[in-house]
Design a binder for this molecule. Sequence first.
Ligand code: NAP
Length: 262
Amino acid sequence: MSSSKTALITGASSGIGAVYAERLAARGYNLVLVARRADRLASLAEKLGQARSASVRTIAADLTAEADIAQIEHVLRQESIDLLVNNAGMGPSASTSDMSDADAAATLTLNVAALMRLTRAALPGMRARKLGAIVNVASVLAFHALPLTSLYSATKAFVLTFSRGVQQEVKADGVLVQAVLPAGTITEFYESAGLSIDDFDPRVFMSAEQLVDAALSGLDRGEDVTLPSVHDLNLWADYDAARQRLFAGTQNGSPAPRYATA
Ligand code: NAP
């Protein structure tokens, strides 16, 4: 039996995206899996096709390449996609000045431009159908920048802020936009970034399965922002309340007295 619901997942060839594919197939979704490594997508599709009755389609696409982004936009505009998981991302580990021009441009295009464009392509259909969800995979580095993560952190701050704005635009149409903020998650991400996961404190890592199961639980609860590794949710509530107080404190229309010139 095949479900009428379809999910499109970017970065489905490994890590978090591959677990989303498994979990959504188990929930009865038909899948469109997107990433560059066609061989990985094909074996995942075969595995899921054998285990589940849902249909699985793969599209080999480089989401830093204009033609490939346009191809996925086309799918999102033309087909009835119920759930978009914007998961593909990269984070080369290098200082801002040392990072290659190619890596810097690719990080910005993949993490920011492609995610924004696919979100925009998916929204009109979802709003018209009054149904749908977009999961944007950000990072806890959305609110924390470290040396060597400047660009990556900034791209994930974009994902969080963009998601929070879009949420307010489409909620009344029955469309949910969830920002997922993973902390350390055991995937190939670190190797791809030129790092070794063994150099980090193992206590801060969870498995990709734990991460995705928590994120889907957050989606089921209708959460706008999901922080799977944060046990004390008051931390987020305090942070968000401080953010709102700070914004309110900017609405003054005059320079603060400390900037008065003598
Ligand atoms: P991963 O195993 O390296 O997965 C990254 C995925 O993105 C792969 O499927 C990769 O597929 C795809 N991808 C990379 N470049 C692409 C491109 N140019 N075009 C299309 N797809 C591309 O790492 P992951 O941890 O699962 O990462 C998934 C998301 O979680 C990312 O957005 C990452 O920033 C975020 N995240 C991860 C962690 C963590 O600790 N692991 C923490 C916070 C946030 P191909 O190589 O086949 O294209």
